[in-house]
Design a protein around this ligand. Structure first.
Ligand code: PLP
Length: 360
């Protein structure tokens, strides 16, 4: 039997060898970037190189890059740290990391293809005092890309701040800091878990979530996780939209071959590596377990920490109704083999035939 296929890159990308090497080198280097002696200065140099790499890639200034523990913290830092005196508006399909950081936020609806309803955003912005708006660049379950340039223009027009959660988009499609802040995560790029960053527009005031020893210009206390940060920078160098474009060919072959499935967000611009296959009448969890037994590591929407799968709020927001509990996410990793589509489709078709018969 063929070895298993890991098709859950949106949960975490496989570690890239260059990222592993950079993380190990940073671990061996030792030293605290805040120490004034030579060992500290060497660690500081590595930290600042990573900062410059992120800044250059996403169009920020190095001094406006704040390292965090990951995407969840970067989102929370933006939503809590930029919210002073503003009402919060967040997209209806945002990741739990954003929803939980803004529990009382107004929800911005999406269209049936999963993209932001721009007319609803314009109406919400016009209806009250200045807002802080949080939108994802790409959805983690469907890969759907929001129309961010148009959303950013509307936010500017109404004096609103825009925070963009680029955790899934970074490294896969072109991403720049076109709003006021941008969140990225190292392990979604092929770096080790434990590092992320919030990039800020120049001159923006950010209240820290964690006070401490003045690290990150007083915006995030705590000794920086240099091995994870160096690994993130090394991963970023390889995680380019040009390299990810190859995955769209494999993804399209999967969609073309998955007869009987509906693709959530099919008509919208999407990430090259992601498809959400909906098989009405068959619970997502059942599909995931059957595929796992066949060696296919996929997921059902956003797995929560208990490992339980329910109806996907993302598919619900897109109006899928009962079928919102029947979608699986196939997210191709950077190192997906060229025969991914054939192997996946063989397992998927067997699963479809068996489970659809049982559901009928
Ligand atoms: N935002 C999105 C869109 C995500 O998909 C995730 C993780 O799945 C996060 C934020 C959280 O990132 P992290 O796992 O680095 O905390």
């Amino acid at each position: 039997m063929n070895p298993a296929l890991y098709l859950d890159a949106n949960a975490t990308e496989p570690l890239r060898p260059a990222a592993r090497a950079a993380a190990l080198a940073a671990m061996d280097l030792g030293g605290n970037p805040s120490s004034v002696h030579a060992a500290g200065r060497a660690a500081r140099r590595l930290l600042e190189e990573a900062r410059e790499a992120l800044a250059a890639r996403f169009g920020a200034r190095p001094q406006d890059v704040v390292f965090t523990s990951g995407g969840t913290e970067a989102n929370a830092l933006a939503l809590r740290g930029l919210a002073a005196g503003r009402r919060l508006l967040v997209g209806a399909t945002e990741h739990p990391a954003v929803r939980a950081a803004a529990p009382d936020a107004g929800l911005l609806p999406v269209l049936a293809d999963g993209t932001l309803d721009l007319a609803a955003l314009a109406a919400a912005l016009a209806a009250g005092p200045p807002a802080l708006v949080a939108l994802m660049a790409a959805n983690n379950e469907t890969g759907v890309l929001h129309p961010l340039e148009a959303a950013a223009a509307l936010c500017r027009q109404h004096g609103a701040l825009l925070h963009v959660d680029a955790v899934q988009a970074a490294g896969r499609v072109r991403v720049t800091l076109l709003g006021d802040s941008l969140a990225v995560s190292g392990h979604k790029l092929g770096g080790p878990p434990g590092a992320g960053a919030l990039l800020l527009r120049p001159g923006l005031d950010l209240a820290p979530l964690i006070a401490g020893g003045g690290q990150e210009r007083g915006r995030r206390g705590g000794t920086e996780a240099l091995p994870a940060i160096a690994g993130m920078a090394a991963a970023l160098a390889e995680a380019t939209p040009a390299a990810a474009a190859r995955l769209a060919v494999l993804r399209d072959a999967i969609e073309a071959g998955a007869a009987g499935a509906r693709v959530a967000g099919a008509g919208a611009p999407r990430l090259p590596n992601t498809t959400c296959l909906v098989l009405p009448g068959v619970a997502a969890e059942t599909q995931v377990i059957a595929l796992d037994l066949a060696g296919m590591r996929v997921s059902a929407g956003a797995a929560c920490s208990s490992g339980k799968v329910g109806r996907s709020p993302v598919l619900d927001a897109m109006g899928l109704g009962e079928a919102a509990g029947c979608g699986i996410r196939v997210s191709l990793p950077w190192n997906a083999p060229e025969d991914t589509a054939e192997r996946f489709l063989a397992a998927w078709a067997a699963m479809r035939d068996r489970l659809s018969r049982r559901a009928a």
